[in-house]
Design a protein around this ligand. Structure first.
Ligand code: F0G
Length: 462
């Protein structure tokens, strides 16, 4: 049994949860079209669908919310957030957005033209969707080790610099309106990127005159991995490491629903003044005035406090330890995960657990549905359903290399006994894995299909 680090907080407010019967869970799945996004949360016992917007705010954040200044323009809340933004991220300009994808939308609308490419280590689904929606092509240039779940590498989220250089030379810098990197790499196991790699990526983009934007959703967790694993950073605070990270980039998109530890919020930050003027105009049209950007003043205050709390060492220590506890215990029960455990989630290798289900029959989907049926646990497929797509040039269906199920851990929400329960249920599923069957899609939208697609078990039509 791996060690559990006690929570560095005590609980002041509770939200009841309940496990409905197996019969009721079965019925709920049918009604949801065999898509866990269609379930009612009251029918979910342990909700590991996402760490986004699901975290518990601290007493300091709730207190800050009471100070919210709801003025339309120039609110105190904005200036309190700006002070924290300047300290941590240090970009010349920023606008608050209601969440990360709003920042991505503005960036893609202003920069991406049809046929252009946007490289990253790995884009997350909404980033991909926003680039594709403008006719652009997201490209993933991660190191090869990222595709081998069982290989332990300290910085498995790193970009492959040789691949990046070749790609830029092949396509031409003129066809690349911006370059990105995601920290930590959510689509590939929540794995961190090293400072060394971030520097090389920044240098490469700069050499070719390509603006460099960081998808910064889990910047604090990434900073802490650098502190623990990268020589030369052991004595830096997570804040100092974060400052060094962002000094390398021209801008960042952020979903504060992750390392802002808030239920809603985000930002788009950048150094280019001309681009910022266009950003502001886009924001005013779609999100709101630049000093509140689609949020209430109190949301800005909660974010300002949350960014700082996310960088505190006792919190980060516990955060990484809780996730590692879940991951190592799943491994001990014979369930392959992406190794080593990341900070915000554990990713189960569905193709390894269910080799009898061909990738086209969606082993990850089958596993996520089994977790709900067996234990009322909601975890989400991040594999063929989420990342498979039809190539616009060839019309061919492209399947991702891995078919994963992600158990994301909300910040400061669940305890050790919840984690033990999840391991117990997963182990039960693993012991009956060979009897499980696949699924097929019966409805899907054009983009971001995993949210609203409907499925049926393959054995129902033979
Ligand atoms: N980038 C990354 C790396 C993300 O993980 C997310 C969201 C976004 C951008 C978009 O942010 O949701 O605020 O619009 N990820 C959530 C998840 C939804 O479950 O991983 P958003």
């Amino acid at each position: 049994m791996s060690q559990y680090k006690p929570e560095p907080f005590r609980i002041k407010m509770v939200e009841p949860i309940r496990l409905i019967s197996r019969e009721e869970r079965k019925k709920a799945l049918v009604e949801a079209g065999f898509n866990v996004f269609g379930l009612r949360s009251e029918d979910v016992y342990i909700d590991l669908m996402t760490d986004s917007g699901t975290s518990a705010m601290s007493q300091a954040q709730w207190a800050a919310m009471m100070m919210g200044d709801e003025s339309y323009a120039g609110a105190r809340s904005y200036y309190r957030l700006k002070a924290v933004m300047d300290e941590i991220f240090g970009f010349k300009f920023f606008v608050p957005t209601h969440q990360g994808r709003a920042a991505e939308n503005i960036l893609a609308a202003l920069l991406v033209r049809p046929g252009q490419y946007v490289p990253s280590n790995m884009h997350f689904d909404t980033t991909e969707g926003n680039i594709r929606a403008r006719g652009g092509r997201p490209v993933n240039l991660i190191i090869d080790e990222a595709y081998d779940p069982a290989t332990r590498v300290d910085f498995k989220g790193n970009m492959d610099i040789a691949k990046l250089r070749n790609f830029i030379q092949e396509k031409g810098a003129d066809n690349i309106p911006l370059g990105m990197i995601t920290i930590t790499n959510n689509a590939g196991g929540g794995q961190p990127v090293s400072m060394e790699n971030l520097r090389q990526v920044a240098d490469t983009y700069r050499e070719f005159g390509i603006p460099f934007f960081i998808d910064a959703c889990r910047f604090a967790e990434n900073a802490y991995f650098i502190k623990l694993r990268e020589p030369g950073f052991e004595n830096d605070s997570p804040l100092e490491i974060a400052q060094k990270i962002f000094s390398l980039a021209d801008g960042a998109t952020m979903s504060a629903k992750k390392d802002g530890i808030v239920n809603i919020g985000g930002f788009l930050a950048l150094n280019d003044e001309t681009l910022f003027q266009s950003v502001r105009n886009e924001l005013i049209m779609r999100e709101g005035f630049p000093t509140y950007g689609g949020l209430a003043g109190r949301d800005l205050d909660a974010m300002a406090v949350g960014f700082k709390e996310a960088l505190e060492v006792p919190y980060l220590e516990y955060r990484l330890a809780q996730t590692a506890y879940l991951g190592e215990n799943l491994l001990e029960n014979g369930i392959q995960i992406i190794e080593p455990p990341g900070a915000h989630a554990i990713y189960l290798d569905a193709m390894k657990l269910l080799p009898q289900i061909p990738q086209k029959e969606l082993p990850g989907q089958a596993l996520s549905l089994a977790l709900y049926l067996e234990g009322g646990i909601r975890a989400v497929e991040l594999g063929t359903v989420a990342f498979g797509y039809v190539d616009p040039e060839t019309g061919k269906e492209i399947l991702p290399k891995l078919d994963l199920v992600r158990m994301a851990i909300p910040r400061r929400v669940y305890t050790q006994s919840h984690m033990d329960y999840v391991v117990e249920v997963a182990a039960r599923i693993a012991s009956q894995a060979e009897s499980m069957k696949g699924y097929r899609i019966v409805y899907q939208p054009k983009l971001l299909r995993h949210f609203t697609a409907r499925f049926e078990p393959v054995n129902e039509r033979g």
